[in-house]
Design a protein around this ligand. Structure first.
Ligand SMILES: [Mn+2]
Length: 351
C-alpha cells in the first residue's frame, strides 16, 4: 500500500516538472535537511546542518522515508537538500536515485551524508548525477557532518558529534574517538544517554523532536535543555519494566531470540531481547497499525560475525518489505502477514 502510494506521487512529480515551466534558480530559496528521527545520530546531524546552513528540518523514520523525500522534492522552492543518516535498501534505492536525478535537473544542490551499507552501483549513480556524497561506513553521520562543515559550526558541535558517535557505538573510530577525547568521557556519556532517552521517548511528538534539533543547533548541550534529565529518568523506569516483559515474552529459535513488542518501541527492547536470550542475534518487532507492517529491529552480539544489515536487506526485499543497516544493528519493514516467514528464514540464513 505504501509502495503504490509512493509510485503515484512519483508520477505526479515527474509530470509537474515536465509540463510546468521550470522554476528559475532565483525563485528557489529553501534549504531543507531530511534526517533520521529515531536516534541521536539523526537528530544531531539535522542540528549541525541547521547550525551550519540554517533552513528547515524534516525528521523521518524508515517507513516514512521515501514519502517524505518525495514531498520535499516536489517543493518548487527547494534550493538545497541535505539527506542525513538515512540508509538505502534494495527496495527504495532506485527510486531514491530517480528522485535526486529530477532535483539535479532542476539545479537543486543535493548532499547525501550517511554511514549505512550502500550498493556500490548506487554510489556510482549518485556520483554520476553529481550528488555530493559524504559516505563512510566507519564514522557516524554526525561526525561526518562535523568533519565536513566544521568551519561553519560552533564550539559545541564536536561535543554533539561525540554524543552521536557514542549512541551509534562508533566512538572508537578514528575521527569519533578524537572528538570524544576533547571531553570528559563520563560527561559525554551522560549527555549522550539523556539525549537518546529524550529522542526515543518523544517519537510520537514531532514538535518536540524539532525543538531538540533547534536547541542543539542553537549550541545548547543536552543537559542545558530544560527537563531532559527528568524525562530521561522516566524513560529509564519504563525500560526497567520492559526488561521484565522481555524476560516473560521472549522466544527463541536456534540462532535468534525474538519478541513482538506491543507497548514500547522495538528498538528500545531489542537489546534486552539480545542480551536475555543468550543468542548472538536479537529481533524485536512492533506492528505499525496505520501501515499494515511490522517495524523490525535487529541487533547482533560482539561474537556475531555475519553482516546482519546485508542479510536483512535481501530478505526483507524478498518478502515485499525493505531493510538494511549496519553489521550488528539494523532494521526492516516487513508486511504484516510475512513476519513469521521473516523470522524463520532469518534464523535459517544465520546457520
Ligand atoms: Mn547513524
Amino acid at each position: 500500500m505504501v509502495a503504490s502510494k509512493i509510485k503515484k506521487t512519483t508520477k505526479t512529480v515527474k509530470k509537474k516538472t515536465m509540463t510546468k515551466p521550470k522554476t528559475s534558480q532565483q525563485q528557489r530559496t529553501k534549504i531543507v535537511c531530511i534526517s533520521h528521527k529515531e536516534d541521536a545520530d539523526g537528530i544531531s546531524s539535522a542540528a549541525l546542518i541547521r547550525q551550519a546552513f540554517g533552513g528547515d528540518s524534516v525528521l523521518v523514520d524508515y517507513p516514512g522515508q521515501m514519502e517524505a523525500i518525495q514531498k520535499v522534492c516536489a517543493d518548487e522552492k527547494l534550493k538545497s537538500l541535505y539527506i542525513c543518516d538515512l540508509g538505502l535498501s534494495k527496495k527504495n534505492q532506485d527510486e531514491f536515485v530517480d528522485l535526486l536525478r529530477i532535483l539535479k535537473k532542476n539545479h537543486v544542490a543535493v548532499t547525501y551524508i550517511d554511514h549505512h551499507d550502500i550498493d556500490p552501483k548506487i554510489t556510482k549513480e549518485l556520483e554520476k548525477i553529481k550528488v555530493k556524497m559524504i559516505h563512510d561506513i566507519n564514522e557516524c553521520t554526525t561526525v561526518q557532518v562535523y568533519n565536513a562543515f566544521k568551519s561553519k559550526l560552533s564550539d559545541q558541535a564536536p561535543f554533539i558529534a561525540a554524543c552521536a558517535a557514542i549512541t551509534d557505538y562508533m566512538e572508537d573510530r578514528p575521527i569519533g574517538s578524537k572528538l570524544l577525547q576533547i571531553y570528559d568521557r563520563q560527561f559525554a556519556l551522560i549527555n549522550a544517554t539523556v539525549l537518546t532517552y529524550n529522542i526515543v521517548g518523544h517519537q510520537k511528538d514531532p514538535d518536540y523532536l524539532l525543538y531538540l534539533v533547534e536547541e542543539l543547533a542553537d549550541s545548547k548541550f543536552p543537559h542545558e535543555i530544560p527537563n531532559t534529565f527528568e524525562f530521561a529518568q522516566i524513560q529509564v523506569e519504563k525500560l526497567a519494566l520492559i526488561i521484565a516483559k522481555v524476560k516473560k515474552g521472549m522466544k527463541t529459535m536456534k540462532n535468534i531470540g525474538y519478541m513482538e513488542i506491543m507497548d514500547s518501541g522495538a528498538s528500545g527492547a531489542v537489546n534486552f531481547v539480545l542480551g536475555l536470550s543468550g543468542k548472538d542475534v536479537g529481533v524485536a518487532y512492533k506492528e505499525r497499525v496505520d501501515h499494515g507492517i511490522y517495524a523490525v529491529s535487529v541487533r547482533g552480539s560482539k561474537s556475531c560475525k555475519i553482516h546482519l544489515g546485508k542479510i536483512v536487506n535481501i530478505l526483507a526485499t524478498e518478502l515485499g518489505g525493505s531493510g538494511g543497516g549496519h553489521d550488528k544493528a539494523c532494521g526492516a519493514v516487513i508486511p504484516k502477514p510475512k513476519i513469521q516467514t521473516f523470522l524463520k528464514e532469518f534464523n535459517k540464513k544465520l546457520n
